[in-house]
Design a protein around this ligand. Structure first.
Ligand code: FAD
Ligand code: N01
Length: 546
């Protein structure tokens, strides 16, 4: 129970701040800069990791890199920053992105307001004072008017509960918690579970080091070539004076990554013409086939199947053993309805003598033993086992924070039948809590730094408006939430996305309610809606005077 001066009976005194920001990745760093340096608020970031960088601090597995060109996958809020930083590759690798985020932390003097190695373990709204009590695993307490979640959509790692895992005598790793000091697999028999984006990036590297690599695959993935190269200044985008054009092109594109040559429709186009265009997009690399070929690729099943067939033929060409090629070939799910995956040498890795692909859909994992892994068909002896099994996306890290809103209601209980909110930003019953890239915003289906900046700007502007108007609290109304949920669902249902089991729907986590959690009408439309809400005096929000 809290008292008026912010002390909690029976516990230590709280530090008073205006805003607590949880997380120091792309989102938390920029949010801090906006609130502290532009609004003059007392803001503090709490970060569980021992360094800044979020995703790029934790995901240090060999081969980790972004798959949106670095000129786009970086901040745009500061032209000076843009000019002071040069990317060495078209798609930067994890160490370079981590260096960049550390550079940003120093460049804007952010570190003095960041508590590292500290996890938020509870955040409780105090209705009497319209503020939040935040507790950490270091026994620290903070009292804040605002809590801003910058915990990331993909920061809570998921390790499936295979029987016997604790008996395994070797070492186990989750790719999203890769040891800072790295891992040397030389001479080892290594197993990896998963063939999603992460596994597809790391498998070629682990295969070069391990004496043998066994890949346990449940579902085959459509992967297209990344086409990474050293940065080419001639390609442009981040030179002096280019920022405005680059930004405009990003916002014009559905996913925040410019594909100016995208064709409006593949309907009625001859098979020859389609294939020729797919071929060009394939050669372009990155997301070009998915996001830059035809605008109706993710709506039209027949066109989508043509793209899927195109990729299947490529896999057949790359993998020598026809049985292995067939196993690596996705069937029965539309292309691009799971997060598109880019690869460099993934398929060719299965031509190596020291790599085995194991079908765990046909013969599922039965148990992990002291010396390896047993499937329904065979036993595999292993020295190390890597879980490339993904994340409890969107809600995992939010729930782990133990958020309690009005009436002491836990977010987990409030969202027992699935998450719901307004604009992905605000939750009814949880005033003055803002969620950067929360579920039902464009988040993971938009260039994330760009979406993050838009969210941080919107939140900072809203807090500034609250301070100016001396408002005590701001929260989504139940009606606005219901209407937003209906809108997000209606848009998703027009596409092929909800037809596929994916982490966008929570389908990767046993028992998780099945709700499609991304706003699919694109970042530009989303930003317009956010701006209209403000212009309409915060339509859909309950604003309470102090
Ligand atoms: P994060 O970077 O996830 O940071 C969240 C931080 O919050 C973490 O450091 C975490 O430790 C901290 N945290 C969480 N809970 C707590 C707590 N209770 N207390 C204290 N701290 C807490 N997106 C793209 O658009 N393009 C890409 O190319 C791309 N590549 C990716 C590659 C990988 C391997 C992964 C996993 C994701 C990738 N993403 C990509 C998505 C990526 O997550 C975002 O682009 C972006 O980095 C997210 O930044 P963020 O600050 O929102 O969250
Ligand atoms: O995770 P995933 P990820 N038994 O969920 C398998 C971003 N990212 O870490 O498909 C057996 O995609 C699962 O199998 P299935 C990006 O947004 C970006 O790879 O569920 N297998 C799948 O093969 C991405 O989408 C980059 O049948 C199990 C794999 O594990 C997101 O992060 C790089 C299983 C998980 O794949 C997550 O990617 C890396 C079980 N019980 C990540 N549970 C870039 O390049 C799961 N699997 C930018």
């Amino acid at each position: 129970m809290s008292s008026e001066n912010g002390q909690t009976a029976g516990r230590g005194a709280a530090d008073h701040v205006d805003a607590v920001i949880v997380g120091a990745g792309f989102a938390g760093l920029y949010m801090l800069h906006r609130l502290r340096d532009k609004l003059g608020l007392k803001a503090e970031v709490i970060e569980a990791a021992t360094g800044v960088g979020g995703t790029w601090f934790w995901n240090r597995y060999p081969g980790a890199r972004c798959d949106i060109q670095s000129v786009h996958y970086s901040y745009a809020f500061s032209e000076e920053l843009q000019q002071e930083w040069t990317w060495s590759e078209k798609y930067a690798a994890q160490p370079e992105i981590l260096s960049y985020l550390n550079f940003v932390a120093d460049r804007f003097d952010l570190r003095r307001s960041i508590s590292l190695g500290t996890r938020v373990t509870a955040a409780t709204f105090d209705e009497a004072s319209n503020s939040w009590d935040v507790e950490t695993d270091r026994g620290r307490r903070l009292r804040a008017r605002y809590v801003i979640s910058a915990v990331g959509c993909l920061s809570a790692g998921h390790v499936p509960s295979f029987p016997g895992v604790e008996a395994f005598a070797g070492k186990t790793y989750h790719t999203g918690r890769w040891p800072v000091e790295g891992v040397d697999f030389t001479g080892q028999r290594v197993g990896i579970i998963g063939t999603g984006s992460t596994a597809i990036q790391t498998i070629p590297f682990i295969a070069q080091q391990a004496s043998h690599l066994t890949v346990f695959q449940r579902s085959a993935t459509y992967a297209t070539p990344l086409g990474n190269t050293p940065s080419d200044p001639a390609e442009g985008g981040d030179g002096p004076g280019e920022a405005a054009t680059r930004l405009a092109m990003e916002w014009e594109s559905w996913a925040g990554v410019p594909f100016p040559r995208i064709r409006p429709s593949g309907k009625g186009v001859s098979a020859e013409e389609r294939t020729a265009w797919f071929e060009e997009c394939w050669a372009q690399g990155g997301f070009a086939l998915w996001g830059g070929s035809y605008a109706d690729l993710l709506f039209d099943p027949e066109l989508n199947e043509a793209a899927a067939e195109f990729i299947r033929a490529k896999i057949k060409q790359k993998v020598r053993d026809p049985a292995v090629a067939e196993l690596l070939t996705p069937r029965g799910i539309p292309y691009g309805t799971k997060r598109p995956v880019c690869e460099t040498g993934f398929y060719e890795t299965f031509n190596r003598d020291n790599v085995t692909l194991v079908d765990i859909k046909a013969a599922p994992i039965v148990e992990i033993t002291a010396t390896g892994l047993r499937t329904a068909a065979a036993t595999h002896e292993l020295d190390s086992l890597i879980f490339a099994t993904g994340f409890d996306a969107f809600t995992g890290a939010l729930f782990a924070m133990n958020i309690r809103g009005r009436g002491g209601k836990r977010l987990q209980d409030h969202w027992g039948e699935g998450p719901r909110n307004y604009l992905g930003l605000s939750i009814h019953g949880f005033p003055n809590l803002f969620t950067i890239t929360g579920p039902f915003s464009p988040s993971v289906l938009f260039n994330m730094p760009r979406g993050i900046e838009q969210h941080c700007d919107w939140i900072a502007d809203s807090i500034a408006a609250m301070e100016r108007q001396n408002l005590a609290s701001m929260e989504a109304t139940a009606e606005a939430e219901a209407a937003w949920m209906a809108e997000v669902k209606a848009i998703a249902d027009m596409t092929l996305f909800p037809t596929t089991d994916s982490w966008y729907l929570g389908a990767n986590i046993p028992g998780k309610p099945r709700v499609f959690m991304v706003f699919l009408a694109g970042g530009k439309r989303y930003k317009e809606i956010c701006d209209e809400v403000v212009a309409d005096n915060y339509r859909g929000f309950a604003l309470s005077p102090a």
